[in-house]
Design a protein around this ligand. Structure first.
Ligand SMILES: NC(=O)c1ccc[n+]([C@@H]2O[C@H](COP(=O)([O-])OP(=O)(O)OC[C@H]3O[C@@H](n4cnc5c(N)ncnc54)[C@H](OP(=O)(O)O)[C@@H]3O)[C@@H](O)[C@H]2O)c1
Length: 353
């Protein structure tokens, strides 16, 4: 069993939270999961099952899970949904690390709740997409130590109590002394944490990739089929072009987090599909059924994270006196998600591409 600096707490037991928290627990870290009652009920009945594209399967039985409907007070020993057993042996000590895993729209509220219940200085690693979530969390919980993070892979809920990792990609964070002692635990969990002196270029590099999320969500297609549709790739390329122009205007150089350097991504995406298949072979190594979480949000009629993605690009462009019309269109289209799918041709026509 791995030695961790203490228990971890997952704030937002969903795709990322259950995946990363579950892997840490499987590696021997005591983990508390704070989630919605419907998710806790599934976990209480079925336990937590994690699978990945390597056919690796992990099952954590219900009695091993510390499940909480609210952020537990430090010193409270048993999980609300763990059948009375504290499971994982945290012994009620306060978490030594919080993984903030809620969607962007829930960040302020979740962070405020953490701030109310946890000791000052507790490290909170934001494993969220976009650029602004760590700052939002820090403003809502100024006594906590919020550290930006980045999840480079895709996780979806496969069935009740079962989450599936469908793509490759790394876990990264802003370098901070508070994370140093956690590195062996993340490595043992099969999720080595890459520390960066400045995570912002990595966050922007990831955001460029996430500009595919609205395209995927509107297309209604699994990720792989969507990426093999040239019309849809042309839409993604246009979104990235606008982001790159805005970044250049601000002197920000996004990091490479995919097979291609960011500035070559639009050209790569516009290749004919037969050539794209060859050029993007590594990136296309994913499950046939993998989808973005934004596609799931749209399918369920839930708010999307479009403001944290295209909204961020629009704001950056406007601050430089530029326009980002394709991102503006996506922002407007997905700010109030409505059912219905669009083909690549329809999207290109709507965007004048
Ligand atoms: N899924 C991926 O593949 C992936 C990959 C990279 C990065 N990310 C990023 O990771 C973040 C989380 O995404 P996700 O896909 O894991 O989201 P998710 O599956 O929706 O999980 C978040 C969970 O947290 C719950 N929650 C929100 N506020 C809460 C609160 N105050 N107390 C308890 N539970 C709360 C949500 O419930 P409600 O739905 O009721 O609010 C939801 O069940 C996002 O920023 C996303 O962009 C996701």
């Amino acid at each position: 069993m791995i030695r961790a600096p203490g228990p971890a707490l997952v704030m937002g037991a969903g795709a990322v939270g259950c995946w990363v928290g579950g892997r840490l627990q499987d590696a021997g870290v005591p983990v508390q999961f704070v989630g919605r009652p419907s998710v806790l009920q599934e976990l209480r009945l079925l336990g937590l099952t994690l699978t990945d594209l390597d056919d690796r399967r992990t099952h954590l039985p219900p009695e091993s899970l510390q499940l909480h409907a609210e952020v537990p007070e430090a010193g409270r020993s048993s999980g609300e949904g763990s059948g009375g057993a504290s499971g994982g042996g945290s012994g009620g000590s306060p978490p030594a690390l919080v993984l903030l895993c809620v969607k962007s729209g829930s960040t302020a509220e979740a962070a405020a709740l953490l701030g109310l219940h946890l000791p000052a200085g507790t490290p909170v690693l934001s494993l969220q997409n976009g650029i602004g979530n760590p700052a939002i969390a820090a403003a809502a919980a100024p006594a906590l130590l919020v550290i930006p993070g980045m999840v480079g892979f895709n996780v979806v809920r496969a069935s009740p109590g079962h989450w599936h990792r469908g793509t490759w990609g790394e876990l990264a964070a802003q370098a901070h002394a508070a994370l140093q002692d956690w590195l062996p635990a993340f490595a043992a969990a099969g999720l080595p944490l890459a520390l960066h002196a400045d995570l912002r270029p990595v966050q922007w590099g990831k955001l460029l990739l996430n500009l595919n999320n609205p395209v995927n969500a509107l297309s209604g297609l699994p990720l792989k089929r969507q990426l093999l549709d040239r019309d849809l790739r042309i839409v993604m390329a246009a979104l990235i072009d606008e982001a790159l122009a805005a970044l250049a205007a601000h002197g920000i150089e996004p990091a490479q987090v995919a097979a291609l350097p960011p500035r070559r991504m639009p050209t790569g995406l516009r290749l004919p599909t037969w050539l794209f298949r060859i050029a993007a072979r590594a990136s296309l190594r994913m499950d046939d059924q993998a989808r973005t979480s934004m596609a799931e949000d749209v399918a369920r009629g839930r708010p999307t994270e479009i403001d944290a993605l295209c909204g961020e690009v629009v704001r950056l462009a406007h601050a430089a006196g530029q326009r980002a019309p394709c991102n503006e269109w996506m922002l407007a289209r997905l700010s109030r998600p409505s059912p219905g799918q669009m083909s690549g041709r329809e999207m290109r026509a709507a965007l004048g591409l």
